[in-house]
Design a protein around this ligand. Structure first.
Ligand code: UT7
Length: 327
C-alpha cells in the first residue's frame, strides 16, 4: 500500500500584533496573568476584511513552493477551520479559485483545534487508497473575529494564522505512519459558539446575548480534559506503532496553553527540547496551530529526513487525536 508523505510546509500570520498590554486596555487582565496562566505574550490579528481564505492562500503558496509542486497537480484541497469565510461555499472552494487549482476537489473540515489531525487522517486515507496523488491540507483561522472582547476568560487566548502542508502518495518507509481520532459530543457545550446556525439563527437578540462568540463554560475542566486526552492519544499512537517515547524526535502539540503543553510533555517523559512551542507569539490558533508550529520547526532545521514526529491535538467538539510521521 502506498504511503502519504508531507513534501512541503508553509505558514502565514497577519502582520498586526495584539499584545497582552493591548488586551489589558479592553478587559480586566494583565500581562503577568496571561503569561503565567497561558504562556501567551502576543497574538496576530487580521484587520478589516482580511478573511480566513486570505491567510490560507499565503500559507498554501509557501507550502506549494517548498514542495516544488505546480498548483495544476493538486487533486484535492482540504481546509480545516471553524472560522470559514462564510457558511458556504467552503473556504476550500474559495481557496481553490484563488489558487486557480482547477483540477482540485475541495472541502472544509470542522473539528476545531483537532482539525489539522482530522485533515491528515482524511488525506492519508485518500492517498493510500490511490484516489488522489497530491493533496493540499491547510489549517487556517481568524479566531479574533469570533471572540467576545468583553469576556476575559476567552478573549486573551486566541489568535489568527494559517499553516499548510502538501501531501503526496509515495512508496517506502517515510510518511504518515498512523492517525488516531477521537470525539465526545456530550462534552461539546464546554467550548462552543452556540448561535448563528440552525439552532439559534442570526438575530439581533442572539448577538446581544453573546451567542455569536466563543464560550468556554469551565476553562479549568477543559484544561484537565485536554491534558488527559492529548496524553491518551499520544500513548495510543506509540502503542499502535510499537514505539517508545524515546524514539520520538519531536512532539508538535496543539498550542492551547503552555501549561497544557508542558504537562503533556512531562507525562509522556519528553525533554523540553523535543517539544515544539510557539504559543507565546501566536496564542491559540485552533486548526492552524500544529501546521504553523510544524512549518517553523522545518524552517528552523529542527526536522531531518527520517525523524519521527508525534502530533497531538485537542479542541471543541470535543475532539482530539494524534499522528505519527516518519519525516
Ligand atoms: O484549544 C483547546 C481548547 N482550549 C483549552 O484547552 C483551554 C483550556 N483552559 C485553559 O487554558 C485555562 O483554564 C485558562 C487559561 C482558560 C484559565 O486558567 P486557569 O488557571 O484554569 O484559571 P481559572 O479558570 O481557574 O480562573 C482563575 C481566576 C478566576 O478568578 P476567581 O474566580 O478565582 O476570582 C478567573 O476569573 O482567574 C480569573 N481570570 C482572569 N484573570 C485575569 C480568568 N481569565 C482572566 C484573565 N485575566 N484574562
Amino acid at each position: 500500500m502506498p504511503s502519504a508523505r508531507i513534501i512541503g510546509t508553509g505558514s502565514y500570520a497577519p502582520a498586526k500584533v495584539l499584545t497582552n498590554a493591548d488586551l489589558a486596555t479592553l478587559v480586566d487582565t494583565s500581562d503577568e496573568w496571561i503569561r503565567t496562566r497561558t504562556g501567551i505574550s502576543e497574538r496576530r490579528m487580521t484587520t478589516g476584511a482580511e478573511a480566513t481564505s486570505d491567510l490560507a492562500y499565503q500559507a498554501a503558496l509557501r507550502a506549494l513552493a517548498a514542495a516544488n509542486v505546480d498548483v495544476a497537480d493538486v487533486d484535492m484541497i482540504l481546509v480545516a477551520t471553524v472560522t470559514p469565510d462564510m457558511f458556504f461555499p467552503a473556504t476550500a472552494c474559495v481557496l481553490q479559485d484563488r489558487l486557480e487549482a482547477r483540477r482540485a476537489s475541495a472541502m472544509d473540515i470542522s473539528a476545531a483545534c483537532s482539525g489539522f489531525i482530522y485533515g491528515l487522517a482524511v488525506a492519508d486515507g485518500l492517498l493510500r487508497l490511490g484516489t488522489f496523488r497530491t493533496i493540499l491540507l491547510v489549517g487556517a483561522e481568524t479566531l479574533t473575529k469570533i471572540v467576545n472582547w468583553k469576556d476575559r476568560n476567552t478573549c486573551v487566548l486566541f489568535g489568527d494564522g494559517a499553516g499548510a502542508v502538501v501531501l503526496r502518495a509515495g512508496e517506502g518507509p517515510r510518511g504518515i505512519l498512523s492517525t488516531h481520532l477521537f470525539a465526545d459530543g456530550a462534552k461539546g457545550p464546554q467550548l462552543m459558539i452556540p448561535g448563528g446556525g440552525s439552532r439559534h439563527p442570526i438575530s439581533h437578540q442572539m448577538v446581544e446575548e453573546g451567542l455569536a462568540a466563543i464560550q468556554m463554560s469551565n476553562g479549568n475542566e477543559v484544561f484537565k480534559v485536554a491534558v488527559r486526552a492529548m496524553e491518551d492519544a499520544a500513548l495510543t499512537a506509540l502503542k499502535y506503532n510499537s514505539l517508545d517515547i524515546s524514539d520520538i524526535d519531536l512532539l508538535v502539540p496543539h498550542q492551547a496553553n503552555l501549561r497544557i503543553i508542558n504537562a503533556v510533555g512531562q507525562r509522556l517523559g519528553l525533554p523540553e527540547e523535543k517539544v515544539c512551542v510557539n504559543i507565546q507569539r501566536y496564542g491559540n490558533t485552533s486548526a492552524a496551530s500544529i501546521p504553523l508550529a510544524l512549518d517553523e520547526a522545518v524552517l528552523a532545521g529542527r526536522v531531518k529526513a527520517g525523524d519521527l514526529l508525534l502530533l497531538c491535538a485537542f479542541g471543541g467538539g470535543l475532539t482530539w487525536g494524534s499522528a505519527v510521521i516518519r519525516w
